[in-house]
Design a protein around this ligand. Structure first.
Ligand SMILES: Cc1cc2nc3c(=O)[nH]c(=O)nc-3n(C[C@H](O)[C@H](O)[C@H](O)COP(=O)(O)OP(=O)(O)OC[C@H]3O[C@@H](n4cnc5c(N)ncnc54)[C@H](O)[C@@H]3O)c2cc1C
Length: 383
């Protein structure tokens, strides 16, 4: 899947300008540096995939870097521009080198690399920070059908006992379930995306090498996409597709493993994991979801409860933190009598939604190989 994005486009243009504006010595230095970056990525990619032709990729790199860095009229933002230069690589064994110049790598990202979050430890850290700030923490369940947001009370179940808690304001941070907000607002689903995911933890007996590949891999397939990432407990593999397009065989450990076997790249990341201990996948909803309104007098929703994203965005946790912090400030303002803060909060969520929907269309629109398959066709027709 092509993954050029606005940041990648900006980076490409900056590097081109730097190369164009420099004197000969500077130009050679920049191109040389770019070649080194590309070669490093090629070696990592081929090592990760355990296939490819390293010699050919390394030898063609200087030519590709010179063409894409200083000669060809190409703009990553306009791949279909009829006036762009066309480059045809009739040297298929060296596609890995070419891919480096089209792809987006965290190695070259001016905003730095991405992060893998140890969610259990992060949540424990947040709880202790809340405790240190004076919050009283209760491990209880908000009982959905009996809780009335806006009435400034919540019914909770703790150790099997029901209790009504009165409060000045209720913040719904119960994720996609939106236990409180769903009774107040309307929920709009973006599509029918679901995730089937399994954690592979057991290494093959006698397999000595560690799984040292820390980069997240996303691979598009006709009926959706896969991703895999190393997590503290092993390797997570997930398949994203639409609920109505899901093959029932995928629900079993064997079926899931078979499906992984049909991928080109994801399967290589499971080298060394014991297939005999392949777990049956779990399911979860993964579609974009918007609660509207997401706040009213006495209540406010934050995180996935207010706005949940397709995981391809990789923005869910960041947005949950962002909306959580903003919801907190909004409540604070409302408690001081500034009720217009609720309108500002709605506008803030709207801006995030607009940007998310734009990026969603842009990223899904880049995959053109299976545009007649319902999964991709539906996404190309989204507003
Ligand atoms: C398959 C998949 C992959 C993803 N990958 C990424 C990624 O790579 N990067 C990223 O940034 N985001 C990713 N996300 C999104 C990310 O997980 C969410 O956006 C994020 O967790 C939202 O945080 P939250 O606190 O709002 O909700 P959640 O993390 O869902 O937390 C909600 C909490 O509320 C609790 N709760 C629920 N009901 C009740 C109740 N009745 N009473 C009391 N408590 C309750 C739950 O137990 C949970 O602790 C992914 C999501 C999916 C589905």
């Amino acid at each position: 899947m092509l993954t050029t994005d606005p940041a990648g486009t900006k980076r490409f243009r900056e590097r081109r300008r730097l190369i164009a504006d420099d004197d000969l010595a500077g130009r050679l230095r920049e191109l040389g540096q770019l070649s080194t970056d590309v070669r490093r990525s090629v070696v990592r990619m081929i090592d990760g995939a355990q296939l490819g032709h390293i010699g050919g990729d390394l030898s063609v790199t200087d030519i590709l870097v010179t063409l894409f860095g200083g000669v060809l009229a190409v703009d990553p933002e306009k791949p279909r521009d009829p006036d762009r230069d066309r480059f045809i690589l009739s040297k298929g064994h060296c596609a890995a080198a070419l891919e480096q110049l089209h792809g987006r790598s965290h190695l070259h990202d001016p905003h730095g690399h991405g992060w893998h979050l140890d969610r259990a430890r992060f949540d424990a850290f947040l709880r202790s920070a809340a405790g240190a700030a004076g919050a009283e923490l209760r491990r209880a369940e908000a009982v959905p059908h009996l809780t009335h947001a806006g009435d400034r009370r919540v019914l909770i179940r703790e150790d099997g006992r029901l209790e009504e808690v009165r409060c000045d304001w209720v913040v719904d941070a119960t994720g996609r379930r939106a236990v409180i907000g769903r009774r107040r607002g309307r929920r709009r689903k973006q599509d029918r995306l679901v995730a089937l995911f399994a954690l592979f933890g057991r290494r093959l007996p006698g397999h000595r090498t560690e799984d040292a590949e820390l980069r997240t891999l996303v691979e598009a397939v006709p009926g959706g996409w896969w991703y895999t990432a190393k997590v503290p407990a092993g390797r997570l593999v997930a398949h994203l597709t639409d609920a109505d397009l899901t093959d029932s065989a995928l629900r079993t450990a064997e079926g899931f493993l078979d499906a992984i076997g049909t991928t080109r790249h994801v399967r290589t990341r499971l080298d060394g994991y014991d297939p005999a201990h392949a777990p049956a996948p779990c399911w979860t909803a993964a579609h974009g979801l918007r609660l509207s309104p997401a706040a009213g007098p006495g209540w406010i929703a934050a995180g996935d409860a207010a706005l949940a994203f397709d995981p391809l965005s990789s923005q869910g946790i960041l947005t949950a933190l962002h909306t959580g912090a903003r919801a907190g400030r909004t409540v604070d303002l409302c408690l001081s009598g500034e009720t217009a803060a609720l309108t500002d909060y709605s506008l803030f969520l709207q801006r995030i939604t607009d940007a998310y929907e734009r990026h969603h269309a842009e990223i899904y629109g880049q995959e053109q190989r299976w545009s007649e398959h319902p999964f991709w066709e539906r996404r190309q027709q989204m507003p």
